[in-house]
Design a protein around this ligand. Structure first.
Ligand code: FAD
Length: 303
């Protein structure tokens, strides 16, 4: 299955995807394999694997995406960024992804290196996500494999942090879709109104591809504060107060996060989203509870 199939497989919708990140250590890798065996039993349509800062996890991203597809039998996607890569290096990576049989790519610009505020284009590389999408589509043509890859790009319901205003960011999102992206996956949000407003504005400027909401179940109050401060996601006041009361209690924060995620997901599903992309943070326990709570909603929508 490809990202381009969101529209084709209407009977499979809503399409459920999980996102994981490559661990830094061998022990982390062993843990991830255990968690993946659990996550795979939840029947996701895709599992996507992020690409670390400065391409630090480049090989691991592909290794894990390949494992997910070839060992666990779940369709996978490699995230790929422009950070620290020349056009030639991108070709080499794309060839490796192709050779491994992984057919989906989440194409991103990437973040500036830690401690820096502005993204610096690498020599002989790219500055923006739309250029990477175009590069991938050109790679397919050069290698005689037109539309081989399904391509997803990132969308920001609360605007990308660097964009002066949402309108500019949406125009830039359109460049990525016009360059050949099949689907948009959103940044995490805790207030569904941001998503529905975003979808309306995206449609108003003529973008028609599916827009899949990205939802992050909270696992720890401190961790989510750190993540949202980096990506600019708003934590609604009521949720913030609950999390403040669980600042040193991860079990409590996790329960709050599960409840929040279930509520958000139920509303999104009821209002007809094409799928949900869960940022699962390499754990399965909370996802088992969440998917269990959503099973009836999903079943009803799939018949
Ligand atoms: P772009 O679409 O290039 O946008 C970046 C900024 O530049 C925006 O402000 C935009 O408005 C502006 N812009 C875009 N195009 C142009 C243009 N042509 N001219 C002028 N301005 C322009 N990061 C990782 O490092 N690894 C990952 O695996 C990863 N996975 C992610 C998955 C998802 C679903 C999401 C939502 C984010 C992910 N990120 C990841 C984070 C992402 O790399 C950052 O948010 C990054 O800052 C922007 O990437 P982008 O592809 O959205 O950039």
């Amino acid at each position: 299955m490809l990202f381009s199939d969101y529209s084709k497989y209407k009977d499979k919708r809503p399409i459920i995807s999980f996102e994981i990140f490559p661990p830094k250590t061998d022990r982390g890798m062993d843990n991830l394999k255990n968690e993946l065996s659990q996550l795979a039993t939840l029947g996701p349509d895709f599992i996507t694997v992020t690409y670390g800062a400065m391409g630090s996890t480049r090989d691991k991203t592909l290794e894990i995406a390949s494992l997910i597809k070839n060992h666990f039998g779940v369709e996978s996607a490699c995230h790929l960024t422009c950070v620290g890569a020349t056009k030639n290096e991108l070709d080499i990576i794309l060839q490796k992804i192709y050779d491994a049989g992984v057919r989906n790519i989440v194409a991103l610009r990437g973040d500036p290196p830690e401690g820096e505020k502005t993204f610096i284009q690498s020599e002989e590389g790219y500055s923006y996500g739309n250029e990477l999408v175009e590069h991938i589509r050109n790679f397919e043509l050069r290698t005689g494999n037109k539309n081989y890859f399904g391509i997803a790009v990132a969308g920001y319901p609360e605007k990308h942090l660097e964009a002066p205003e949402l309108g500019t960011d949406l125009a830039n999102l359109k460049r990525k879709v016009d360059a050949g992206a099949d689907v948009i996956i959103t940044q995490l949000f805790f207030n569904n109104d941001f998503y529905f407003d975003f979808v309306k504005k995206v449609r108003d400027i003529g973008i028609t591809v599916p827009i899949v909401p990205g939802i992050m179940p909270i696992l720890s109050a401190k961790q989510i504060q750190r993540i949202t401060s980096m990506c600019g996601t708003t934590i609604p006041q009521i949720l913030r107060e609950k999390l403040d009361a669980a600042i040193d209690d991860d079990d409590k924060a996790r329960d709050i996060g599960i409840e929040q995620c279930i509520q958000q997901s139920k509303e999104l599903l009821a209002r007809g989203v094409p799928g949900i992309h869960f940022y699962v943070l390499n754990k399965s326990g909370h996802m088992i509870r969440i998917m269990d709570a959503l099973s009836e909603d999903l079943q009803k929508l799939r018949v």
